[in-house]
Design a protein around this ligand. Structure first.
Ligand SMILES: *Cc1c(COP(=O)(O)O)cnc(C)c1O
Length: 404
């Protein structure tokens, strides 16, 4: 394409990037190198949970940077022991493994589930049931777990050991269980798949099935966790807990950080030498993770997320009423909200970007709104105005198109 040849890039062309670059951020705002201001309702794909340049996070990172950055996991890392203890205290888990990304946390979860059955004397139990529309990452195993053909294409044989069932089909799920099944792995709300919530009774049903069949239940809360859904973790609303849970994105507030949490029982096979990571859980990452929890676990923080979520949902419902030819449906929980559009979702996201509002497309023709959890009512009102103008722009273009 002409534009590409004008701006040859040394980067691998595996991302379709918008021609925008930001040099500074503050709360929910991003500033381009041309001095333009964008309202960031994408938050680096649910990563910048506390917005940009949050003073507490900046200080935690800078303070730690003066002390020690990295020591490897050959030694104890007190900041990591502290963060693990806080996660254990606030969840079902007894133990935590730190790594650098979501996919890496899921790899740990998959290995842990297989190892659990192996040390129980059932090494033949290595298969994991996943759900259609899932997204678990881009490594070879997590791609196989996600099962999306478009991502698997051309990368050789799909990794063995994953059985996918249609979304919401409890009977198909039951039928997929065999003596080789080790675990069921689901996102309580599918993020990339189009902001599709698994109903609480289904999460409870999965727990029951796992208990009946001696399988482990794995929740992928990489996108839904750390307050994004309005709860600390999205599965809390169902009143059941998993055996293993993966967390990334928001937990680092922008610093690469992933965690695989587990009960002592589920993690019992992962003894010294069975798994590892060079960078995972280093002091810099641990300092930032602790700082994120300082804010998210503060009294009243999650209640505030729930309140602002209601405000945003009401505004989106109003937007749907005002622009029924553009917006079909509003979905999601907390500040993981989706708008299903009647025009191609990427067109909708582009129209919003023209109004200097950043959104993130997802599957099922949905556009995600993932603002920082610290968003205010005034900023929600600002986003509404921009969305309203974007919808009007799309309607106007439709009319012109129809007339032409
Ligand atoms: C983003 C995401 C992943 C992958 O995380 P990476 O850090 O990109 O490897 C896995 N599962 C879910 C649910 C995600 O949203």
């Amino acid at each position: 394409m002409a534009e590409e040849s004008l701006h040859p890039s040394p980067l691998l062309p595996n991302f379709a990037r918008a021609d925008l670059s930001f040099e500074r951020g503050e709360g929910p705002w991003l500033f381009t190198d041309r001095g333009e201001r964008y309202l960031d309702f994408g938050a680096g794909i649910a990563v910048n949970a506390l917005g940009h340049a949050h003073p507490h996070l900046v200080k935690a990172l800078a303070d730690q940077a003066q002390k020690v950055w990295h020591v490897s996991n050959l030694y104890r890392i007190p900041e990591g022991e502290k963060l693990a203890q806080r996660l254990v205290d606030a969840t079902f888990a007894d133990t935590a493994f730190f790594c650098n990304s979501g996919a890496e946390a899921n790899e740990a979860a998959i290995k842990m589930a297989r190892k659990y059955h192996a040390v129980n004397g059932q090494p033949e139990r290595f298969r994991i049931i996943t759900v259609e529309g899932a997204f678990h990452g881009r490594t070879l195993a997590t791609l196989a777990a996600g099962g999306q053909q478009k991502y698997l294409e051309g990368f050789g044989p799909k990794a063995e050991g994953f059985d996918q069932v249609p979304y919401g089909d409890h009977e198909a799920l039951k039928a997929a269980i065999t003596p080789e099944t080790a675990a069921i792995m689901v996102e309580p709300i599918q993020g990339e798949g189009g902001v599709r919530s698994v109903p609480p009774q289904c999460l409870r049903g999965l727990r029951q099935l796992c208990d009946e069949h001696g399988m482990l239940l794995i929740f992928d809360e990489i996108q839904t966790g750390v307050g994004r859904s309005g709860k600390f973790f999205a599965h809390e609303r169902a009143g059941v807990t998993p055996d293993i849970m993966t967390v990334a994105k928001g937990i680092g507030g922008g610093f690469p950080l992933g965690v695989c949490l587990a009960t002592r029982e589920a993690g019992k096979g992962m003894t010294a030498g069975t798994h590892g990571t060079t960078f995972g859980g280093n002091p810099l990452a641990m300092a930032v993770g602790n700082a994120v929890l300082d804010v998210v676990l503060e009294e009243g923080f999650l209640q505030r997320v729930e309140r602002i979520s209601l405000v945003l949902k009401q505004r989106l419902a109003e937007l749907k009423d005002r622009h029924p030819s553009v917006i079909e449906d509003i979905r999601g929980e907390g500040l993981l909200l989706g708008v299903r559009t009647r025009v191609p979702n990427v067109e909708f996201a582009a129209a919003a970007r023209d109004e200097h509002l950043l959104l993130v497309p997802a599957g099922d023709n949905v556009v995600r709104l993932l603002p920082p959890l610290t968003i205010t009512e005034a900023e929600v009102a600002e986003a509404f105005d921009r969305l309203d103008r974007a919808c009007a722009r799309i309607e106007a273009a439709k009319k012109t198109g129809a007339a032409a």
